[in-house]
Ligand binder design. Structure first.
Ligand SMILES: Cc1cc2nc3c(=O)[nH]c(=O)nc-3n(C[C@H](O)[C@H](O)[C@H](O)COP(=O)(O)OP(=O)(O)OC[C@H]3O[C@@H](n4cnc5c(N)ncnc54)[C@H](O)[C@@H]3O)c2cc1C
Length: 494
């Protein structure tokens, strides 16, 4: 077994891991780093998901990196274009040379005496170990091996095919077939219009409705501005415009939920006309932004509903039959193919087994620090995006903050940065304030957030920007573990 040392080990080569590489080599250029990626390819989510129509549901001016302008015409972009953008970033900045593929990290053990982590991974040729002073988890937020699939009676009798969008079979032929998509989230509203183009009919079967809002795929104002201004300036202005609009809309939804609800449902009515049962199929019981809104580009879902190529059924599954799905209402939906767009299985830090000086760490016992670190866990951060805005906005801030911490430790000759709650009285609250099933199912395994800064998880980019870029690095943080001095008085490099 080999043990190589790097100043920083980054786990994961998705949007966050590639962003981490860029920030490390730009803001902490004297630090060595490696990116350990479990899969044989980079891109994470944007490489894994291959279902028809796969696309972003937030705009690329905020889902793109702060340092690399998004230059394609579509603001709501398809999966392959996003993967290309991430791959180009890795190649253009030489980040790809730091990636070790097929290295799945299993364990990470912190030693205070050595001031390093020992990171164990399954490599392509067997187990490998690395040591690093700082561990940066960019491993995403869900289980790559398994999606969430509820158990329904009778699935074994169903004569057709059942597929989960996370594992889309490349040989699945749905041309002229009857398809039922179970679910009402972002994946379902993407799949339905895409499959309806060639399927005989697609039914979206949902237990309860979600807020669905249509936006143009191309942002005309942004495209115009890009012809007038240098790429970076235009990108930055459009990014800020979109950030501010997103924050304004979110705050309005929180302050006046009734008004925003009426407006969102009114927009669906305008799309589908007075005869459509919008109350039943598109009127959620919860308030806007209690769960993520579903964005559809250029009203594509509504187009396929209007054209009769697709339909929505709001009901509960009783059981599968050999030819389809029997519903509690007594209706039966005929299907050749059933797609279970029932969601992700959230997973914290890829289930890596952490320990500190030989003692196992249960992260659900910790408080989250600034949305990225964990109380009493030294020299470890993770990238976790916003629930009400694009992931990369927070990921970029987190990467830059990790570099601030690394640079502070170096300047002070200290090797360890540990978030400590100390005497602060905190009222614990769930890490994410979202009512979606996939979130509530997982929250017990996640750290808590506290009632006060820096232990609160703010879903607010402008606030985080000020706090993380310009705020103190000392609040709630213990810097310790002085770089040992050799006998002759020569410091050992950190
Ligand atoms: C279908 C879909 C659409 C989405 N659309 C949007 C959107 O429009 N806007 C938005 O803001 N967010 C969206 N998201 C959320 C999305 O996941 C993030 O935007 C972003 O892609 C996350 O990037 P990441 O690098 O943090 O995580 P990921 O993309 O999940 O990448 C994590 C990487 O870490 C690797 N990894 C995990 N565990 C280990 C381990 N133990 N050892 C080694 N490697 C490991 C994985 O193989 C993967 O390559 C979407 C998610 C999905 C599933």
């Amino acid at each position: 077994m080999t043990t190589e040392h790097f100043d920083v080990v980054v786990v994961g080569a998705g949007l966050s891991g590639i962003g981490a590489g860029y920030h490390l080599q730009t803001l902490s250029p004297d630090r060595s780093y490696v990116i350990l990626e479990g899969r044989p390819a980079l891109g994470g989510t944007w490489d894994l998901f291959r279902y028809p129509g796969i696309r972003s549901d937030s705009d690329m001016y905020t889902l793109g990196y702060s340092f690399k302008p998004w230059t394609e015409a579509k603001a709501i972009a398809d999966g392959p274009s996003i993967l290309k953008y991430v791959s180009e970033t890795a190649r253009d900045y030489g980040i790809d040379r730091h990636i070790r593929f097929k290295h799945h990290v299993k364990r990470a053990a912190w030693s205070t005496a050595e001031a390093h982590w020992v990171v164990d991974a399954d490599g392509p040729d067997g187990p490998v170990s690395y040591t690093c002073n700082f561990l940066f988890m960019c491993s995403g937020y869900y289980n790559y091996a398994r999606g969430h699939t509820p158990e329904w009676p009778g699935t074994d009798q169903f004569a057709g095919r059942i597929v989960h969008p996370q594992f889309w079979p490349s040989d699945l032929d749905y041309v002229g077939k009857k398809v039922v998509v179970i679910g009402s989230g972002a994946t379902a509203v993407t799949l339905v219009p895409a499959m309806a183009e060639t399927a005989a009919h697609v039914t979206m079967l949902q237990r309860s409705p979600t807020y669905v809002v249509s936006r143009p795929a191309e942002d005309a104002g942004a495209n115009w501005l890009r012809t007038k201004l240098p790429a970076k300036l235009a990108y930055s202005l459009i990014r800020w415009r979109n950030v501010l609009f997103g924050m304004f809309f979110f705050n309005m939804a929180r302050k006046r939920p009734g008004k925003i609800k009426d407006r969102l449902i009114g927009m669906v009515r305008e799309e589908l006309g007075p005869d459509y049962d919008v109350a039943k199929h598109f009127t959620p019981k919860y308030n806007p932004w209690d769960q993520r809104l579903c964005l559809v580009p250029d009203a594509d879902l509504f187009d396929s509903l209007r054209a009769g190529k697709a339909s929505v059924v709001t009901d509960t599954i009783a059981h599968f039959t050999p030819t389809g799905i029997a519903l509690v209402s007594g209706e039966e939906l005929a299907a050749d193919i059933v797609v279970t767009a029932t969601g992700l299985e959230l997973q914290l830090l890829s289930d890596v087994a952490f320990s500190i000086d030989g003692m196992p760490v249960d992260l659900s016992d910790t408080f989250n620090y600034k949305g990225m670190m964990y109380s009493d866990v030294p020299n470890m951060a993770s990238s976790f995006g916003y629930t009400n805005a694009s992931w990369t906005l927070k990921s970029d801030l987190t990467c830059a903050y990790v570099c601030r911490l690394l640079n502070t430790m170096k300047k002070r000759g200290l090797r360890q940065a540990t978030p400590r709650v100390g005497a602060t009285m905190l009222v614990p609250a769930p890490f994410l304030d979202f009512s979606s099933g996939y979130v509530t199912r997982a929250m017990a395994k996640f750290p808590k957030q506290g009632s006060k800064t820096p232990w609160r998880v703010h879903q607010n980019y402008a606030r985080d920007l000020l706090a993380l870029r310009y705020g103190s690095v000392d609040d709630g943080m213990e810097f310790s573990n002085r770089v040992p001095v050799k006998a002759k008085g020569e410091a050992i490099p950190a």
